[in-house]
Ligand binder design. Sequence first.
Ligand SMILES: [Zn+2]
Length: 206
Amino acid sequence: MNLIMLGAPGSGKGTMAKLIAKDFALPHISTGDIFRENIKNQTEIGKQAKAIIDRGELVPDEITIKIVENRLKEDDCKDGFILDGFPRNLTQAKALENFAKIDRVILLDVPNEEIERRMSGRRTCKDCGEIYNTETYDKTTCAKCGGELYQREDDKLETVRNRLEVYERQTAPLINFYQDKIFRAEGKDTPQETYEPVKIELSLVK
Ligand SMILES: [Zn+2]
């Protein structure tokens, strides 16, 4: 079963991809993880990607496509996979058609206001990196190490709104492209509740 996980930044799509990967014994292919891994191991592609990211630019589609194509050739993908973070735009989606047949696309649908609320409440410990939310934790220091909590640039409302806009602009054409394969999951209170209908749908595939 070949799957794609779609969802806005902050929607919880990574969490859902992990639940699916575990239940259906599929490798979870996160392009973010692959890039981080390649950069850490200083591979050729990792060096190229790092230079681009350091300049503050986006990794070009052809590099991302190549990385995913190579990853899907590995043995653990022969009975299926779940892609997370790819394809991100129509160019990538069309390229993917050349090396994989997709069975289902899971679209995690969470209202923007909800994502903005969740993300802008995030606070990170500057010493140990632990993440809190102001809705469930109202102190200004870390419960684990006593470090000071701060709001990451990425979690500021303005940044969150920009990222949501970019996501919508790029993803709207994907929803159309995959219209026969999309399964829409509505965001609920907990990841498990959100995941339930997805699990039922996927158990019917094949
Ligand atoms: Zn801490």
